[in-house]
Write a protein that binds this ligand. Structure first.
Ligand code: FES
Length: 131
């Protein structure tokens, strides 16, 4: 996994809700791409973001099939056409917008989505991954 972007300070006048934290700048994630983040201190599983324009989708980096991380190559969470999230282990495919598995050994199951939002060009995570 690549190193996460450098911490971003809360800009003056910027409001964060309870439990929220700034992850990175939106521009740290290529449009149509993804970025992985290590597990927060005290947690076991990391998470990743997929960017589509001004929107981001955040998921715990654990395949519902057998619970392993989805990527073999850092930040490579998407299929070749960047239409689906793809698990590298047994090629399950998940919809980007809701994490629902549409093909592979865990069809019908879903990735664990995390609350994330974009404000002021910053990506904000609303809750730490639960292991
Ligand atoms: S571990 Fe993801 S499809 Fe098997």
């Amino acid at each position: 996994m690549n190193e996460p972007p450098a911490p971003v300070a809360v800009p003056p006048g910027f409001a964060l809700a309870e439990g929220e934290r700034i992850l990175c700048q939106l521009e740290d994630i290529p449009d149509g791409g993804a970025k992985g983040f290590p597990a927060p201190p005290g947690r076991f599983m990391g998470f990743f973001l997929v960017r589509q324009g001004e929107a981001v989708f955040a998921y715990v980096n654990s395949c519902p099939h057998i619970g392993v991380p989805l990527e073999w190559v850092p930040d490579q969470f998407l299929d070749a056409k960047r239409e689906f999230i793809q698990c590298s282990t047994h090629n399950a495919f998940f919809r980007i917008a809701d994490g629902y598995c549409v093909g592979g050994p865990c069809t019908g199951e879903s990735l664990e989505m995390l609350p994330a939002r974009v404000a002021g060009g910053l990506v904000i995570l609303g809750a730490e991954p639960e292991d």
